[in-house]
Design a protein around this ligand. Structure first.
Ligand code: GDP
Length: 443
Protein backbone atom coordinates (compact mmCIF):
# COMPACT_ATOMS: atom_id res chain seq x y z
CA UNK A 1 0.00 0.00 0.00
CA UNK A 2 2.98 2.30 0.52
CA UNK A 3 2.42 2.28 4.25
CA UNK A 4 6.05 2.68 5.25
CA UNK A 5 6.53 5.49 2.74
CA UNK A 6 3.57 7.30 4.26
CA UNK A 7 4.82 6.69 7.80
CA UNK A 8 8.21 8.09 6.85
CA UNK A 9 6.52 11.04 5.23
CA UNK A 10 4.37 11.78 8.29
CA UNK A 11 7.35 11.42 10.60
CA UNK A 12 9.65 13.35 8.28
CA UNK A 13 12.23 10.65 8.71
CA UNK A 14 14.87 10.58 6.08
CA UNK A 15 15.30 6.84 6.21
CA UNK A 16 15.25 4.91 3.01
CA UNK A 17 11.86 3.64 2.00
CA UNK A 18 11.16 0.30 3.65
CA UNK A 19 9.00 -2.22 1.93
CA UNK A 20 6.79 -4.52 3.91
CA UNK A 21 6.49 -8.01 2.76
CA UNK A 22 3.09 -9.43 3.45
CA UNK A 23 3.25 -12.36 5.76
CA UNK A 24 6.48 -11.35 7.46
CA UNK A 25 6.11 -10.44 11.09
CA UNK A 26 7.66 -7.20 12.18
CA UNK A 27 7.50 -5.67 15.59
CA UNK A 28 5.68 -2.43 15.97
CA UNK A 29 7.92 0.58 15.48
CA UNK A 30 7.34 3.93 17.15
CA UNK A 31 8.31 7.23 15.59
CA UNK A 32 7.79 10.81 16.70
CA UNK A 33 5.78 13.09 14.48
CA UNK A 34 4.55 16.64 14.78
CA UNK A 35 2.23 18.87 12.85
CA UNK A 36 1.49 22.44 13.79
CA UNK A 37 2.16 22.58 17.49
CA UNK A 38 1.00 19.08 18.21
CA UNK A 39 3.32 16.15 18.82
CA UNK A 40 2.27 12.54 18.57
CA UNK A 41 3.66 9.08 18.03
CA UNK A 42 3.11 6.99 14.95
CA UNK A 43 3.03 3.27 15.59
CA UNK A 44 3.78 1.31 12.49
CA UNK A 45 2.42 -2.22 12.56
CA UNK A 46 3.38 -5.11 10.36
CA UNK A 47 0.17 -4.60 8.41
CA UNK A 48 -3.04 -6.53 8.41
CA UNK A 49 -3.08 -9.64 6.33
CA UNK A 50 -6.45 -11.31 6.00
CA UNK A 51 -6.37 -13.22 2.78
CA UNK A 52 -3.17 -15.05 3.48
CA UNK A 53 -2.59 -18.33 5.20
CA UNK A 54 0.88 -17.34 6.38
CA UNK A 55 1.91 -19.14 9.52
CA UNK A 56 2.76 -15.73 11.03
CA UNK A 57 -0.74 -14.46 10.56
CA UNK A 58 -1.84 -14.68 14.20
CA UNK A 59 1.24 -12.72 15.31
CA UNK A 60 0.70 -10.00 12.72
CA UNK A 61 -2.89 -9.58 13.78
CA UNK A 62 -1.89 -9.58 17.41
CA UNK A 63 0.58 -6.77 16.71
CA UNK A 64 -2.10 -4.71 14.97
CA UNK A 65 -4.53 -5.41 17.81
CA UNK A 66 -1.97 -4.30 20.39
CA UNK A 67 -1.19 -1.16 18.45
CA UNK A 68 -4.90 -0.34 18.20
CA UNK A 69 -5.46 -0.92 21.90
CA UNK A 70 -2.99 1.79 22.84
CA UNK A 71 -3.76 4.16 19.98
CA UNK A 72 -5.99 7.24 19.97
CA UNK A 73 -6.58 6.87 16.27
CA UNK A 74 -6.05 4.19 13.63
CA UNK A 75 -5.00 5.27 10.16
CA UNK A 76 -5.92 2.79 7.46
CA UNK A 77 -4.09 2.98 4.17
CA UNK A 78 -5.54 1.55 0.99
CA UNK A 79 -4.29 1.54 -2.58
CA UNK A 80 -6.23 4.04 -4.68
CA UNK A 81 -4.94 2.73 -8.00
CA UNK A 82 -6.08 -0.77 -7.22
CA UNK A 83 -9.55 0.21 -5.97
CA UNK A 84 -11.40 -1.62 -3.22
CA UNK A 85 -10.12 -5.14 -2.73
CA UNK A 86 -11.65 -8.02 -0.80
CA UNK A 87 -8.94 -7.54 1.83
CA UNK A 88 -9.93 -3.86 2.27
CA UNK A 89 -13.51 -4.91 2.86
CA UNK A 90 -12.48 -7.50 5.41
CA UNK A 91 -10.27 -5.01 7.22
CA UNK A 92 -13.05 -2.42 7.22
CA UNK A 93 -15.45 -4.92 8.70
CA UNK A 94 -12.92 -5.88 11.37
CA UNK A 95 -12.25 -2.21 12.17
CA UNK A 96 -15.90 -1.39 12.59
CA UNK A 97 -16.01 -3.90 15.45
CA UNK A 98 -13.10 -2.17 17.20
CA UNK A 99 -13.49 0.65 19.67
CA UNK A 100 -11.01 3.00 18.02
CA UNK A 101 -11.42 6.11 15.89
CA UNK A 102 -10.34 5.48 12.31
CA UNK A 103 -9.17 7.59 9.42
CA UNK A 104 -8.93 6.34 5.86
CA UNK A 105 -6.03 7.37 3.60
CA UNK A 106 -6.23 6.45 -0.07
CA UNK A 107 -2.65 6.28 -1.27
CA UNK A 108 -1.15 6.59 -4.77
CA UNK A 109 -3.49 9.46 -5.68
CA UNK A 110 -0.75 11.29 -7.54
CA UNK A 111 -3.05 13.19 -9.83
CA UNK A 112 -4.87 16.07 -8.17
CA UNK A 113 -7.69 15.90 -10.72
CA UNK A 114 -8.33 12.19 -10.46
CA UNK A 115 -7.35 11.82 -6.81
CA UNK A 116 -10.69 12.92 -5.41
CA UNK A 117 -12.60 10.66 -7.77
CA UNK A 118 -10.32 7.73 -6.96
CA UNK A 119 -10.76 8.30 -3.25
CA UNK A 120 -14.53 8.77 -3.45
CA UNK A 121 -14.99 5.11 -4.29
CA UNK A 122 -13.75 4.24 -0.80
CA UNK A 123 -16.73 5.85 0.95
CA UNK A 124 -18.26 2.45 0.42
CA UNK A 125 -16.02 0.94 3.13
CA UNK A 126 -18.05 2.75 5.78
CA UNK A 127 -14.96 4.21 7.48
CA UNK A 128 -15.88 7.85 6.90
CA UNK A 129 -14.31 10.35 4.53
CA UNK A 130 -11.49 8.91 2.40
CA UNK A 131 -8.44 11.22 2.09
CA UNK A 132 -6.57 11.07 -1.22
CA UNK A 133 -2.80 11.20 -0.62
CA UNK A 134 0.41 10.47 -2.41
CA UNK A 135 2.96 9.12 0.04
CA UNK A 136 5.67 9.46 -2.58
CA UNK A 137 4.98 13.11 -3.44
CA UNK A 138 3.48 14.27 -0.21
CA UNK A 139 0.30 15.51 -1.88
CA UNK A 140 -2.68 15.57 0.46
CA UNK A 141 -0.63 14.63 3.52
CA UNK A 142 -1.04 18.11 5.01
CA UNK A 143 -4.82 17.84 4.89
CA UNK A 144 -4.62 14.32 6.28
CA UNK A 145 -2.47 15.55 9.18
CA UNK A 146 -4.95 18.37 9.87
CA UNK A 147 -7.63 15.73 10.28
CA UNK A 148 -5.35 13.56 12.45
CA UNK A 149 -4.85 16.51 14.80
CA UNK A 150 -8.60 17.19 14.90
CA UNK A 151 -9.31 13.62 15.92
CA UNK A 152 -6.63 13.35 18.62
CA UNK A 153 -7.86 13.83 22.18
CA UNK A 154 -7.20 17.32 23.60
CA UNK A 155 -3.68 17.93 24.86
CA UNK A 156 -3.23 17.40 28.56
CA UNK A 157 -2.32 20.60 30.43
CA UNK A 158 -2.94 22.49 27.22
CA UNK A 159 -3.17 25.86 28.90
CA UNK A 160 0.10 25.38 30.74
CA UNK A 161 2.03 25.43 27.52
CA UNK A 162 4.74 23.49 29.24
CA UNK A 163 6.83 22.39 26.32
CA UNK A 164 9.80 24.78 26.38
CA UNK A 165 10.81 26.59 23.21
CA UNK A 166 14.50 25.98 22.59
CA UNK A 167 16.15 29.28 21.83
CA UNK A 168 19.79 29.35 20.75
CA UNK A 169 21.84 32.51 21.20
CA UNK A 170 24.45 32.38 18.48
CA UNK A 171 27.04 34.79 17.19
CA UNK A 172 30.75 35.46 16.90
CA UNK A 173 32.89 35.91 20.03
CA UNK A 174 32.46 39.28 21.72
CA UNK A 175 29.25 40.33 20.03
CA UNK A 176 27.65 40.34 23.50
CA UNK A 177 25.92 36.98 23.83
CA UNK A 178 26.72 36.56 27.53
CA UNK A 179 25.81 40.15 28.23
CA UNK A 180 22.45 39.60 26.55
CA UNK A 181 21.91 36.48 28.57
CA UNK A 182 22.68 38.39 31.75
CA UNK A 183 20.36 41.16 30.76
CA UNK A 184 17.62 38.62 30.05
CA UNK A 185 18.11 36.71 33.28
CA UNK A 186 18.63 39.83 35.36
CA UNK A 187 21.58 38.36 37.19
CA UNK A 188 25.19 37.55 36.48
CA UNK A 189 24.62 33.93 35.69
CA UNK A 190 27.01 33.98 32.79
CA UNK A 191 30.37 35.50 33.55
CA UNK A 192 31.18 38.32 31.19
CA UNK A 193 34.69 39.45 30.71
CA UNK A 194 36.05 42.18 28.50
CA UNK A 195 39.12 40.02 27.93
CA UNK A 196 38.79 38.43 24.53
CA UNK A 197 39.00 34.67 24.70
CA UNK A 198 37.63 34.12 28.19
CA UNK A 199 36.79 30.50 28.85
CA UNK A 200 33.45 29.35 30.12
CA UNK A 201 31.26 26.32 29.77
CA UNK A 202 27.94 26.22 28.00
CA UNK A 203 24.95 26.03 30.30
CA UNK A 204 21.31 25.93 29.28
CA UNK A 205 18.96 28.24 31.16
CA UNK A 206 15.26 27.61 31.76
CA UNK A 207 12.92 30.54 32.23
CA UNK A 208 9.37 31.73 31.69
CA UNK A 209 8.52 34.75 29.51
CA UNK A 210 5.16 35.73 28.03
CA UNK A 211 3.52 32.75 29.76
CA UNK A 212 5.79 30.36 27.89
CA UNK A 213 8.64 28.13 29.02
CA UNK A 214 11.94 28.72 27.26
CA UNK A 215 15.22 26.90 27.27
CA UNK A 216 18.07 29.17 26.30
CA UNK A 217 20.88 27.32 24.60
CA UNK A 218 23.89 29.44 25.38
CA UNK A 219 26.89 29.19 23.14
CA UNK A 220 28.55 32.19 24.72
CA UNK A 221 31.28 30.20 26.37
CA UNK A 222 32.32 28.15 23.42
CA UNK A 223 35.16 30.11 22.01
CA UNK A 224 38.00 28.29 23.70
CA UNK A 225 38.67 25.31 25.91
CA UNK A 226 41.15 25.54 28.72
CA UNK A 227 43.49 22.73 27.83
CA UNK A 228 43.60 23.38 24.13
CA UNK A 229 45.83 26.02 22.81
CA UNK A 230 43.49 27.86 20.52
CA UNK A 231 44.18 31.42 19.56
CA UNK A 232 42.12 34.01 21.43
CA UNK A 233 39.91 34.60 18.41
CA UNK A 234 39.14 30.92 17.94
CA UNK A 235 35.52 30.63 16.98
CA UNK A 236 33.84 27.36 17.90
CA UNK A 237 31.64 27.38 14.85
CA UNK A 238 30.83 23.67 15.10
CA UNK A 239 29.42 24.13 18.58
CA UNK A 240 27.33 26.99 17.24
CA UNK A 241 26.14 24.71 14.45
CA UNK A 242 25.13 22.11 17.05
CA UNK A 243 23.25 24.74 19.07
CA UNK A 244 21.40 25.78 15.90
CA UNK A 245 20.47 22.15 15.29
CA UNK A 246 19.07 21.75 18.80
CA UNK A 247 17.02 24.93 18.62
CA UNK A 248 13.49 25.80 17.56
CA UNK A 249 14.46 29.41 17.04
CA UNK A 250 17.83 31.20 16.90
CA UNK A 251 18.79 34.70 17.88
CA UNK A 252 21.69 35.62 15.68
CA UNK A 253 23.59 38.31 17.57
CA UNK A 254 25.53 40.84 15.46
CA UNK A 255 27.80 43.55 16.81
CA UNK A 256 26.50 46.92 15.57
CA UNK A 257 29.97 48.42 15.87
CA UNK A 258 31.55 45.76 13.61
CA UNK A 259 28.76 45.28 11.07
CA UNK A 260 28.05 41.97 9.34
CA UNK A 261 31.19 39.88 8.87
CA UNK A 262 31.83 36.70 6.91
CA UNK A 263 31.48 34.63 10.08
CA UNK A 264 28.06 36.17 10.74
CA UNK A 265 27.09 35.21 7.20
CA UNK A 266 28.17 31.61 7.75
CA UNK A 267 26.00 31.35 10.85
CA UNK A 268 23.08 32.96 9.03
CA UNK A 269 23.48 30.53 6.15
CA UNK A 270 23.44 27.62 8.54
CA UNK A 271 20.26 28.82 10.25
CA UNK A 272 18.48 29.01 6.92
CA UNK A 273 19.88 25.62 5.75
CA UNK A 274 18.69 23.98 8.92
CA UNK A 275 15.26 25.52 8.50
CA UNK A 276 15.21 27.21 11.89
CA UNK A 277 13.14 30.25 12.85
CA UNK A 278 15.29 33.29 13.57
CA UNK A 279 15.45 36.78 15.04
CA UNK A 280 18.47 38.92 14.16
CA UNK A 281 19.61 40.99 17.15
CA UNK A 282 21.88 43.94 16.40
CA UNK A 283 23.57 44.42 19.76
CA UNK A 284 25.59 47.35 21.20
CA UNK A 285 23.09 49.81 19.74
CA UNK A 286 24.01 52.16 22.62
CA UNK A 287 27.54 52.44 21.26
CA UNK A 288 26.43 53.79 17.89
CA UNK A 289 26.28 57.49 17.26
CA UNK A 290 22.98 57.98 15.58
CA UNK A 291 20.49 60.35 14.07
CA UNK A 292 16.96 59.66 12.90
CA UNK A 293 18.13 57.86 9.74
CA UNK A 294 20.73 55.57 11.27
CA UNK A 295 18.48 52.64 12.06
CA UNK A 296 16.90 52.58 8.60
CA UNK A 297 20.19 52.85 6.73
CA UNK A 298 21.93 50.34 8.98
CA UNK A 299 19.11 47.87 8.61
CA UNK A 300 19.32 48.24 4.85
CA UNK A 301 23.07 47.66 4.86
CA UNK A 302 22.88 44.68 7.22
CA UNK A 303 20.03 43.09 5.32
CA UNK A 304 21.90 43.30 2.04
CA UNK A 305 24.64 41.20 3.62
CA UNK A 306 22.18 38.82 5.28
CA UNK A 307 19.90 38.52 2.27
CA UNK A 308 19.22 34.82 2.92
CA UNK A 309 17.55 35.81 6.19
CA UNK A 310 15.33 38.42 4.54
CA UNK A 311 12.33 36.78 6.24
CA UNK A 312 13.73 37.38 9.75
CA UNK A 313 12.89 40.33 11.98
CA UNK A 314 15.78 42.58 12.93
CA UNK A 315 15.95 44.08 16.41
CA UNK A 316 18.31 46.89 17.47
CA UNK A 317 19.10 46.25 21.11
CA UNK A 318 21.61 46.88 23.84
CA UNK A 319 22.61 44.30 26.40
CA UNK A 320 24.31 47.09 28.31
CA UNK A 321 21.25 49.32 28.80
CA UNK A 322 18.63 46.59 28.41
CA UNK A 323 17.01 48.46 25.53
CA UNK A 324 14.58 46.16 23.63
CA UNK A 325 16.09 43.04 25.16
CA UNK A 326 12.70 41.79 26.29
CA UNK A 327 11.34 42.15 22.75
CA UNK A 328 13.53 39.21 21.75
CA UNK A 329 10.97 36.88 23.33
CA UNK A 330 7.98 38.50 21.68
CA UNK A 331 9.63 38.23 18.27
CA UNK A 332 10.95 34.72 18.88
CA UNK A 333 7.47 33.63 19.96
CA UNK A 334 5.92 34.95 16.76
CA UNK A 335 8.64 33.32 14.67
CA UNK A 336 8.05 29.94 16.35
CA UNK A 337 4.32 30.23 15.80
CA UNK A 338 4.91 30.82 12.08
CA UNK A 339 7.48 28.02 11.95
CA UNK A 340 4.82 25.60 13.19
CA UNK A 341 1.95 27.00 11.20
CA UNK A 342 0.07 25.03 8.59
CA UNK A 343 -2.35 26.20 5.95
CA UNK A 344 -4.94 24.19 4.08
CA UNK A 345 -4.45 23.20 0.47
CA UNK A 346 -7.34 25.39 -0.65
CA UNK A 347 -5.78 28.52 0.87
CA UNK A 348 -2.38 27.71 -0.69
CA UNK A 349 -4.05 27.40 -4.07
CA UNK A 350 -5.96 30.64 -3.72
CA UNK A 351 -2.64 32.39 -3.26
CA UNK A 352 -1.01 30.49 -6.13
CA UNK A 353 -3.88 31.23 -8.52
CA UNK A 354 -3.67 34.88 -7.61
CA UNK A 355 0.09 34.85 -8.21
CA UNK A 356 -0.28 33.18 -11.62
CA UNK A 357 -2.97 35.66 -12.63
CA UNK A 358 -0.69 38.60 -11.93
CA UNK A 359 2.26 37.06 -13.66
CA UNK A 360 2.12 33.97 -15.87
CA UNK A 361 4.83 31.36 -15.62
CA UNK A 362 7.65 31.92 -18.12
CA UNK A 363 7.59 30.69 -21.71
CA UNK A 364 10.73 29.44 -23.45
CA UNK A 365 11.87 30.76 -26.79
CA UNK A 366 10.58 27.54 -28.32
CA UNK A 367 7.12 28.47 -27.06
CA UNK A 368 6.89 26.02 -24.16
CA UNK A 369 4.99 27.53 -21.29
CA UNK A 370 5.49 26.61 -17.65
CA UNK A 371 2.32 25.42 -15.95
CA UNK A 372 1.74 25.46 -12.23
CA UNK A 373 -1.12 23.07 -11.50
CA UNK A 374 -1.44 23.29 -7.76
CA UNK A 375 0.45 23.32 -4.48
CA UNK A 376 0.10 21.84 -1.03
CA UNK A 377 1.84 22.20 2.33
CA UNK A 378 3.66 18.95 3.06
CA UNK A 379 5.40 19.77 6.34
CA UNK A 380 5.79 22.34 9.09
CA UNK A 381 8.90 23.33 11.10
CA UNK A 382 9.75 24.84 8.65
CA UNK A 383 6.67 25.24 6.45
CA UNK A 384 7.34 23.24 3.29
CA UNK A 385 5.31 23.19 0.10
CA UNK A 386 5.27 20.99 -2.96
CA UNK A 387 4.30 22.73 -6.18
CA UNK A 388 3.12 20.51 -8.99
CA UNK A 389 4.17 21.79 -12.40
CA UNK A 390 4.54 20.44 -15.94
CA UNK A 391 8.34 20.80 -15.96
CA UNK A 392 10.46 22.40 -13.21
CA UNK A 393 13.10 23.37 -15.79
CA UNK A 394 10.68 25.95 -17.19
CA UNK A 395 10.67 27.79 -13.87
CA UNK A 396 13.79 29.89 -13.48
CA UNK A 397 15.07 31.44 -10.26
CA UNK A 398 13.30 34.74 -10.86
CA UNK A 399 9.87 33.15 -11.14
CA UNK A 400 10.55 30.81 -8.21
CA UNK A 401 11.48 33.77 -6.05
CA UNK A 402 8.37 35.58 -7.22
CA UNK A 403 6.18 32.67 -6.13
CA UNK A 404 7.94 32.44 -2.77
CA UNK A 405 7.39 36.18 -2.27
CA UNK A 406 3.72 35.81 -3.17
CA UNK A 407 3.28 32.96 -0.71
CA UNK A 408 4.89 35.07 1.97
CA UNK A 409 2.79 38.08 1.06
CA UNK A 410 -0.39 36.04 1.02
CA UNK A 411 0.27 33.78 3.96
CA UNK A 412 2.79 35.58 6.19
CA UNK A 413 5.36 33.16 7.64
CA UNK A 414 7.47 36.01 8.96
CA UNK A 415 10.42 34.84 11.02
CA UNK A 416 10.67 31.39 9.48
CA UNK A 417 12.38 30.01 6.40
CA UNK A 418 10.20 28.17 3.92
CA UNK A 419 10.94 25.29 1.61
CA UNK A 420 9.46 24.95 -1.85
CA UNK A 421 9.75 21.76 -3.87
CA UNK A 422 9.02 22.00 -7.57
CA UNK A 423 7.81 18.73 -8.98
CA UNK A 424 7.38 18.00 -12.65
CA UNK A 425 5.28 15.50 -14.52
CA UNK A 426 8.27 13.53 -15.75
CA UNK A 427 9.59 13.22 -12.26
CA UNK A 428 6.18 12.07 -11.08
CA UNK A 429 5.97 9.47 -13.83
CA UNK A 430 9.46 8.20 -13.04
CA UNK A 431 8.56 7.89 -9.38
CA UNK A 432 5.33 6.17 -10.23
CA UNK A 433 7.22 3.67 -12.41
CA UNK A 434 9.72 3.07 -9.63
CA UNK A 435 6.95 2.52 -7.10
CA UNK A 436 5.18 0.16 -9.48
CA UNK A 437 8.39 -1.75 -10.11
CA UNK A 438 9.12 -2.04 -6.41
CA UNK A 439 5.59 -3.22 -5.70
CA UNK A 440 5.86 -5.82 -8.44
CA UNK A 441 9.12 -7.08 -7.00
CA UNK A 442 7.30 -7.96 -3.81
CA UNK A 443 5.07 -10.51 -5.43
P1 GDP B 1 30.18 37.12 23.92
O1 GDP B 1 31.56 36.67 23.63
O2 GDP B 1 29.37 37.19 22.68
O3 GDP B 1 29.50 36.38 25.00
O4 GDP B 1 30.32 38.65 24.37
P2 GDP B 1 30.30 39.27 25.86
O5 GDP B 1 28.93 39.27 26.40
O6 GDP B 1 31.40 38.62 26.64
O7 GDP B 1 30.67 40.79 25.52
C1 GDP B 1 31.87 41.18 24.91
C2 GDP B 1 32.16 42.65 25.21
O8 GDP B 1 31.14 43.49 24.63
C3 GDP B 1 32.16 42.97 26.69
O9 GDP B 1 33.17 43.90 26.91
C4 GDP B 1 30.81 43.62 26.93
O10 GDP B 1 30.81 44.52 28.00
C5 GDP B 1 30.56 44.32 25.60
N1 GDP B 1 29.13 44.47 25.34
C6 GDP B 1 28.19 43.48 25.31
N2 GDP B 1 26.98 43.98 25.02
C7 GDP B 1 27.12 45.31 24.85
C8 GDP B 1 26.22 46.38 24.53
O11 GDP B 1 25.01 46.23 24.34
N3 GDP B 1 26.76 47.63 24.43
C9 GDP B 1 28.07 47.87 24.62
N4 GDP B 1 28.49 49.11 24.49
N5 GDP B 1 28.94 46.89 24.92
C10 GDP B 1 28.49 45.63 25.05
Amino acid sequence: MGKSTLVNRLCQSREAIVHDQPGVTRDRTYQDAFWGNREFKVVDTGGLVFDDDSEFLPEIRAQADLAMAEAALALIIVDGQEGITAADEEIAQWLRTRDCKTLLAVNKCESPEQGLAMAAEFWRLGLGQPFPVSAIHGAGTGDLLDRVIDLLPPKENEDENDEPIQLAIVGRPNVGKSSLLNSICGESRAIVSPVRGTTRDTIDTNLVRHGQYWKLIDTAGIRRRRSVNYGPEFFGINRSFKAIERSDVCTLVIDATDGVTEQDQRLAGRIEDQGRACVVVINKWDAIEKDSHTMVSMEKEFRSKLYFLDWAKMLFASALTGQRVDSIFALASLAVEQHRRRVSTSVVNEVLNEAISWRSPPTTRGGRQGRLYYGTQVASRPPSFTLFVNDPKLFGDTYRRYIERQIREGLGFEGTPMKLFWRGKQQRDAEKDLARQQTNNLY
